[in-house]
Each structure stands twice: as C-alpha cells, then as structure tokens.
Design a protein around this ligand. Structure first.
Ligand code: SF4
Length: 147
C-alpha cells in the first residue's frame, strides 16, 4: 500500500489505497469529492490524498448511503443543517454576508461566499467539518448543543 508523507500527518494515502482501506470503490470516492462530502488533500499534480481520518469519514458517508438509505443530496442536506454559525460563534453581521448561513442544501464548506470568519480558514481543520469524525452521527453532536 502506497503511503505518502505530508508534514504533520502520520499517514497519507492515494485514492486507490484509500479505496482498499475503506472498502469503497474509487469511482464512489470521486463522486463524494465532487459533491463536497469530503475534502481530500491535493498535491501539485492534482492527485487526491487521504489521511486516516479521511478513511473514517469515507466509511461514515458510505454507511449513510448503504445502511440508512440516504442519497448524496440527502447527505448534503444533513450536513447543511450543522449550525456552523453557532459553532464558530459568528456575529449577526458575519452571518449577513455568508451564503452558508442561508443554504439548507449544501454544507457550509461548499459555499461560494463565506463570511469573514471563514474566508481564510482551512475547512479540513475546522470543527464544523470534523463533526462526523468526532461524533458517531450529526444528531449526537446536536445533543451536546441542546441537551
Ligand atoms: S471554516 Fe469552512 S467548515 Fe468551518 S464553518 Fe467556515 S465554511 Fe464551514
């Protein structure tokens, strides 16, 4: 299995290795990327690379599709409901200029116009994007906000 080095990350894998580790076909992984469900690393060569955490994320997405019967649009809608403005503590004026705050059909990291707070943030490292890595599902996270 091909492992590649990226500073600060223990293991980084190519798409074919990520496919083997997650059990998800490469063409499905490409589709998840195209629809904004996962943000892999990108090399200068435009090659997608995946961390161990990305593998977990891929499995989570796959579970929603196969076990829970969602389609990709449905998963995008679920991710769109994560209250990023509450997690990032955006002010009223920041929300006004943020397309993600208005949308209920795609996750905030897919927004074309992000608010000031997010413009220069790497979404891969953001708590909002990482919720599915840290909680078994989005609802478990929401329960921590509204017990
Ligand atoms: S930094 Fe990215 S993932 Fe985080 S709230 Fe902003 S748009 Fe969403």
């Amino acid at each position: 299995m091909e492992k590649i080095k990226i500073e600060g990350i223990d293991s980084v894998y190519t798409l074919s290795t990520a496919s083997a580790l997650s059990g998800i076909p490469g063409h499905s992984i490409r589709q998840y990327i195209d629809r904004g469900l996962i943000i892999p690393f990108r090399k200068e060569s435009n090659r997608h690379l995946f961390s161990q955490v990305d593998i977990l994320r891929l499995k989570y997405i796959h579970k929603l599709l196969t076990r829970d019967g969602l389609n990709i649009a449905g998963i995008r809608s679920v991710l769109a409901l994560i209250p990023c403005w509450a997690i990032r503590k955006c002010s009223d004026s920041e929300r006004t200029g943020c397309v993600a705050f208005q949308s209920d059909t795609y996750p905030c990291w897919e927004a074309s116009e992000k608010g000031e707070l997010c413009k220069n943030t790497d979404c891969r490292t953001c708590d909002v994007y990482r919720i599915v890595e840290n909680y078994p599902d989005v609802k478990s996270y929401l329960k921590t906000l509204v017990p």
